[in-house]
Design a protein around this ligand. Structure first.
Ligand code: F58
Length: 842
């Protein structure tokens, strides 16, 4: 049982004064005006849209807090197992619209705001995205939080409260320019918990002592301290009072404001410098996507966040007064990639060094507690840390890592006595110059389950990068959980008209809780009015995007054209370069046609968006080429509406919500075997767009679900990639003839200074074409012809679109979370009683 701070006799007074959230338009308006006039100290004479946003958010926040408190109380009293999702990234996007929809009071807010002189859409637009992530991995974490709350799982997210999220991208003269994203000016969605702090130690050294029984204990001493302060973000579930917690840690100097002694002795500057150094830890999100560079500050971020989170989790567990053996019955911790792998070492340290457990007993607990999700097979993205750096920053942790490795290798040696090489291959310490700690191996050894994020990917990790570990631990430790997306944000919020239409045909909005119910709309496939409305919604979404394109780029696009979209981080493996080469090929082909022939072509708008990591030179060249091609093509009078090329600046979650519903076809064209899953592929199909893609990641399962007639697949298969690369290196490698013409045009200067794009061309022509752009080019172009032909037959296209949406039920993150809960976490939902005493959301 948990102690309450208010004694029994006084609780009546509390109950009598229970706060209730607004329930109708009138009460909402009341709250709005109250917040404008008191919280914000403004009035009807100076309430602009920004103030209205603040007030509306505060009104919704108040409601969230009440349910959040009740959810947390319920979880504490029920004392059931919780899952903790550790992720260095949570790409949340906007919160107000999401809160309105999940609470189910958007209509109330809309009417109330209108009474007070505002349009709900304009107010929603005021919000700055919470962009604490790079791409797929961070957005997956956000979708998971939504599903965990919606399914009533007792769950917490733990992350870092970066002062600067992913940078803002500006395009100046066709080049990407990075601008810092300071997003915390006014953030009503976070609650600072100045009373929830943890002191985090770095550097120092380790002393060993022995007690009378001969037991040695390690003491980590000296070094420096940094304080972690908790900031809590409420995560509302959809159509349930369950509201979970996302706890983000912020760093500050352990000594408080600044060092007063130094200050008093005249060292003012250095006392402030200490404080700034501490605050640097949570200052900025590393902007790399699928690339790890061993920077000390990054390792500091990881340990800071992991140590604070574990301290918190252990503190909560200790309140239950259970024995340590029960820890894994109360706590499941999921590692979102290897970034939080130090948690394994930290828990072992807490149990052995601080709580006095035996190594084996502690290690058992650790292994049963953790699960590890892998998100990539790209070698450059696999985390490794120099042993020397680890020794310096975390001396005790390095010792523990060595011990973990020793016991592990002893076990391997016993199991494979005649295989010397396997020890070298699987060692957590890579015997390179300098020596490195292999974080993925540590994560595997310290977890009870390892999962990939789509079937192909989960198979690939078992046969390539983690092959030896399958031999050692057996195949059952390795599993697949195919990614999913939340239909609340990616259908209901992003595409309200489509959601409405689906609800009118399926009889309710229940499909938002059970996405497999979408299959009902396949029964309406011949319903003329339904099909017409379906097409009109897509068209309206395209009109909205066309307006946005006009206002941001000045380019006028025709909404009747085929909208072809590729929005995601810019990376060679995702092959935006192949897309723009394809666009150039289309342009050259159009130019070569007679005006009469041209008229017969299907008009297209090629839309790109995505950020390049600031240090990724090739990715930046790709952005530059896209913009230069746009500048030529969009102003060529021979071409007119037949082809437009658009680069949308600063792609982020809120822009995705507008762009995705407006797509006819989207591109998911990674080299086979390189994209672990992809999740935007799911978002596009769920919004009635078709996709062109390779046999990679979740594209394969999307094909299985929606049928191969409804997707445009092309290109080489993952199983053939290795041989093809080998041929490039050792055989004769000539570039595809159409692609050669594209290169020729670029090199002639058709799209600006050819020298600027020499790197992109030589990567394909002279440096082995690692991503197989040339090998796949022909089938890519051919498949785009099929797309054009298919789009001509609008009737057929709409059939494909409806059929695909109907069959997307599998890709809900709810399905995905239920698989984790059952197969990895072993946790059950814990519905929260609603105010009227009925358990809601079961
Ligand atoms: C992505 N990884 C995968 N990593 O590329 C994508 O296929 C998958 O759908 C998604 O995860 C979710 O499983 C990804 O986004 C990163 O951005 C890391 C950020 C930190 C540095 C290493 C890459």
């Amino acid at each position: 049982s948990v102690e309450a701070s208010i004694p029994e006799p006084q609780r009546d007074a509390w109950t009598k004064h229970q706060v209730n959230g607004f329930k109708n338009k009138d009460e909402f308006e009341n709250e709005m005006v109250r917040h404008v006039e008191t919280t914000l100290a403004r009035s009807m004479f100076n309430c602009d849209e920004s103030a209205a946003y603040s007030a509306a958010s505060l009104a919704f926040r108040d409601r969230l807090i009440l349910e959040w408190n009740r959810t947390q109380q319920r979880q504490t009293f029920a004392d059931s197992k919780r899952v903790y999702y550790l992720s260095l990234e949570f790409l949340m996007g906007r919160a107000l619209d999401n809160a309105m929809l999940n609470i189910g009071l958007k209509d109330v807010a809309k009417a109330g705001l209108s009474d007070l002189g505002f349009r709900v859409e304009d107010i929603i637009e005021q919000e700055h995205d919470a962009a604490l992530g790079n791409g797929g991995l961070g957005r997956l974490a956000a979708c998971f939080l939504d599903s965990l709350a919606s399914l009533n799982y007792p769950a917490w997210g733990y992350g870092l409260r970066y002062r600067y999220g992913i940078f803002k991208q500006e395009i100046i003269d066709g080049y990407q320019v990075e601008v810092p994203d300071y997003w915390l000016d006014f953030n009503p969605w976070e609650f600072p918990r100045h009373d929830v702090t943890v002191d985090i130690q770095f550097y120092g050294n380790v002393r060993k002592s022995q007690d009378d029984n001969g037991r040695t204990t390690a003491h980590w001493e000296g070094g420096e301290m940094v304080k972690a302060v908790a900031y809590d973000v409420p995560i509302p579930g959809y159509a349930t009072p369950s509201t979970n917690n996302l706890r983000l840690w912020s760093s500050k100097a352990a000594s408080g404001e600044f060092d007063f002694q130094k200050f008093n002795s005249g060292e003012y500057e250095s006392s402030v410098a200490d404080q700034q150094r501490a605050e640097t830890i949570s200052a900025v999100l590393y902007p790399n996507d699928n690339l790890e560079r061993g920077k000390e500050l990054r390792l500091k971020q990881q340990y800071f966040w992991v140590a604070a989170s574990l301290y918190d989790i252990v503190r909560r567990f200790k309140k239950t007064k259970r024995s340590w053996r029960e820890f894994p019955d109360q706590v499941a911790i999921q590692l979102n990639d290897t970034h939080p792998t130090l948690a394994i070492v930290e828990l072992q340290r807490i149990l052995c060094d601080l709580e006095g457990l035996d190594w084996d007993e502690a290690w058992n607990i650790v292994q049963q507690t953790f699960g590890y999700t892998n998100h990539t097979v790209l070698p450059e993205a696999l985390e490794k840390w120099p042993v020397g750096l680890m020794q310096h920053l975390l001396p005790r942790h390095l010792q523990i890592i060595y011990d973990i490795n020793l016991y592990f290798l002893q076990k391997v040696e016993r199991a494979f006595p005649n295989d010397r090489d396997i020890l070298r291959r699987v060692s957590i310490i890579e015997e390179s110059q300098p020596k490195m700690v292999r974080m993925a191996y540590l994560a595997i050894v310290g977890s009870h389950k390892v999962n990939g994020v789509a079937e192909l990917h989960s198979d690939l990790i078992k046969t390539t990068i983690f092959k030896d570990f399958v031999e050692i631990f057996g195949p059952d430790k390795f599993t697949n959980v195919t990614n999913g997306i939340t239909p609340r944000r990616w259908l209901h919020q992003a595409n309200p008209r489509l959601s409405e239409l689906i609800s009118s045909k399926t009889g309710s909005f229940d499909f938002l809780k059970d996405l497999t119910l979408l299959n009902k709309i396949e029964l309406c496939i011949n319903d003329k009015a339904f099909r017409k409305e379906w097409a009109e919604i897509k068209y309206a979404n395209k009109v909205r995007l066309a307006k946005y394109i006009k206002s941001t780029t000045g380019v006028v696009v025709n909404p009747s054209s085929l909208f072809d979209v590729q929005v995601k981080r810019i990376h060679e493996y995702k092959r935006q370069q192949m897309n723009i080469f394809g666009v150039i090929h289309r342009y050259l082909t159009l130019k070569a046609l007679s005006p009469a022939e041209r008229k017969k072509q299907m008009p297209r708008v090629s839309i790109f968006g995505g950020k390049a990591a600031p240090g990724y030179w090739m990715a930046k060249q790709i952005i530059h080429l896209i913009n230069n091609v746009g500048a030529v093509v969009n102003n060529d009078p021979d071409i007119g509406d037949l082809l437009k090329v658009i680069f949308l600046e600063d792609y982020n979650v809120s822009k995705a919500e507008m762009i995705i519903p407006a797509s006819d076809i989207s591109e998911h064209i990674s080299t086979a075997g390189t994209e672990a899953s992809g999740t935007s592929n799911m978002k596009f199909v769920l919004n009635g767009g078709l996709i062109i893609g390779t046999c990679d990641g979740a594209n394969i399962e999307i094909t299985r679900e929606i049928g191969e007639n409804n997707i445009f697949l092309f290109g080489n298969l993952a199983e053939d990639v290795e041989d093809l690369r080998h041929n490039h290196t050792y055989g004769s490698h000539s570039v595809d003839s159409d692609l050669a013409k594209v290169f020729e045009a670029i090199e002639k200067g058709t799209f600006g200074e050819p020298h600027d794009f020499a790197g992109m061309i030589s990567a394909v022509r002279d440096h082995g074409d690692y991503y197989l752009v040339s090998d796949d080019f022909h089938s890519y172009i051919e498949t785009h012809h099929l797309v054009d032909e298919s789009y001509r037959n609008q009737d057929e296209w709409i059939t494909k679109s409806i059929t695909s949406v109907a069959r997307m039920g599998f890709f809900s993150s709810d399905r995905c979370i239920n698989e984790y809960a059952e197969g990895i976490w072993n946790i059950e939902p814990l519905p929260v009683e609603s105010k009227d005493g009925v358990a809601k959301g079961e």
